[in-house]
Design a protein around this ligand. Structure first.
Ligand code: G3H
Length: 482
């Protein structure tokens, strides 16, 4: 989609294979193809976004707020009609369970509708006059310019749109590159974008990052890099920009969120939250619990029941009933997880659940590893998949030190009964990460709450409310009292 037209692609294409196999001899099914764009096409797409934004040429940034809202309402209405097909793609392309796929779609619709409402409030409250020393100022929130958006494969719809929608509604024009896995599910929505927004406001590129995103950054025309994914890609793209100081960043990156089980924790609750926290969507969430710290006084009781519950999880295709573990979209992931397991075992950890590490096709059954130490790769790396490191502790100070030393700072889950007694600990933790979850697993939602992180976990804040601010700047017209 570029300059309001759906390009009839004649060039090279990339094949998209399913995550799921229905054949007996495991083989991914060819689901479709997407354009393999090159630098020339990418720069044409950039020109389209620039023309729609630049002074005198475009309508979008100067359009009335009510008109921009009408375009967005039109879009969300058309998007709702594509629910079934998008959900099918979510299941086939990334292996997300059926209930979670519906949830992703519905949550995205709600995100858009909430953004529209919040934008109305923002406009009402920010379009105001101030007066000081005889100067009147009419202050509003205006767009930043051209936004390059890249979303992740684990939420190819929801998280891409969590960047895209606030950027668009604030009057920016956008170029977005769908995630490698989850690329096809955008296709049913292209027409809705085309029919709802003026030409050039929403543009889509496909292809390799270095062939299409890099030249767009090199042009120096990108005002905001909005990316949810890994720091390596974010840094590589920033490095391409010739005027780095001009570039604004909205980034959601890695995390290694700890779950801390204290001696007085309700173990049933802690176990069930740690299961969903570590293994929802097979652990492929930036908010997943990626390490568990369990107090040594409860470690035996916790581990026994936790391991049994992990083994009882059902693996299957996304549409099967009560399926909790599904195939992995990244073909290299099982081998990577196996490597983390082998490394931990060589350094003295054991797999404490019976099925841990069993491989079937493009899936590896979650392994619970205990006791994990700082030298192990599974301690150091963001596994983003089905393996659960557990580290025993005797003194909470050890853990605070580890969290303070970590490169990440997104969230923590704390399991304990006496919240009043825990208050000083909670106060300390909330200054090391951005969200402390009491007796519940880590998560991004509800989407009206701020979603951010310290250190390498995020730049800027996403949420319905915060994202509108992240993608805009306060501008004003000043006049003298004369
Ligand atoms: O991958 C990171 C996501 O933002 C996680 O979102 O907590 O709603 O699964 P979630």
């Amino acid at each position: 989609l570029s300059d309001g037209k759906l390009i009839e692609w004649q060039g090279k294409t990339d094949e998209v294979f399913s995550t799921i196999s229905t054949s007996e001899n495991y083989q991914r099914t060819l689901l479709g193809t997407v354009p393999h764009m090159d630098k020339t096409t990418a720069l044409e797409v950039l020109t389209s976004a620039c023309n729609a934004f630049d002074k005198g040429k475009g309508l979008w940034p100067t359009m009335k707020v009510s008109e921009r809202i009408a375009c967005m309402e039109n879009f969300v209405g058309k998007m709702k009609l594509q629910r079934e097909i998008v959900v099918k793609y979510l299941m086939w392309e990334i292996g997300k369970s059926m209930p979670d796929s519906y949830k992703e779609f519905d949550r995205t619709v709600e995100y858009i509708e909430d953004t529209i409402e919040d934008y109305k409030d923002l406009d009402r409250n920010s379009a105001k006059f101030s007066k000081k020393d005889g100067v009147y100022a009419h202050i509003r929130r205006g767009p930043l310019g051209i936004v390059l958006c890249l979303g992740p494969y684990n939420y190819p719809l929801n998280e891409t749109f969590a960047l895209l929608i606030p950027a668009i509604i604030m009057g920016n024009t956008v170029i977005f590159k769908p995630a490698k896995h989850g690329v096809l599910l955008i296709s049913p929505l292209l027409k809705a974008f085309q029919e709802s927004f003026p030409a050039g406001v929403v543009n889509v590129i496909y292809g390799r990052g270095r062939e299409v995103a890099a030249p767009i950054m090199q042009s120096g025309r990108i005002d905001v890099l909005a990316l949810i994914g890994n720091s390596k890609s974010a840094i590589a793209l920033q490095d391409q920009h010739p005027f780095k100081n001009r570039l604004r960043l909205v980034l959601g990156l890695e995390a290694k969120n700890p779950g801390i089980v204290l001696p007085d924790a309700d173990l049933d609750l802690a176990i069930s939250e740690c299961i969903s926290g570590t293994l929802s969507f097979n652990g492929q969430r930036c908010t997943a619990l990626k390490i568990l710290y369990v107090h040594e006084s409860v470690q035996d009781a916790f581990l026994k029941r936790f391991a049994e519950k992990v083994d009882a999880l059902k693996f299957g295709n996304p549409w099967e009933e009560n399926v909790q573990l599904t195939p992995l979209p990244e073909p290299e992931k099982p081998a990577y997880i196996q490597d983390l397991i082998d490394d931990a075992k060589q350094q003295g950890a054991k797999i404490i659940n019976k099925k841990g590490g069993e491989v079937s096709e493009n899936f590896i059954f979650p392994a619970v590893l205990f006791p994990v130490t700082k030298d192990m790769k599974v301690y150091q790396e963001e596994q983003f998949g089905p393996v659960i490191p557990v580290k025993p502790f005797s003194d909470i100070e050890e853990i605070l030190e580890e969290i303070a030393d970590s490169n990440y700072g997104q969230q923590v889950s704390l399991f304990g009964k006496d919240i009043a007694e825990l208050a000083p600990l909670i106060d300390t933790l909330v200054n090391l990460v951005c969200r402390v979850n009491l007796n519940s697993s880590c998560q991004r939602g509800p989407d009206v709450f701020p979603f951010t992180g310290r250190k390498d976990s995020a730049v800027g804040t996403l949420s319905v409310h915060d994202a509108l601010r992240s993608f805009s700047i306060r501008t004003f017209v000043a006049s003298k009292d004369n």
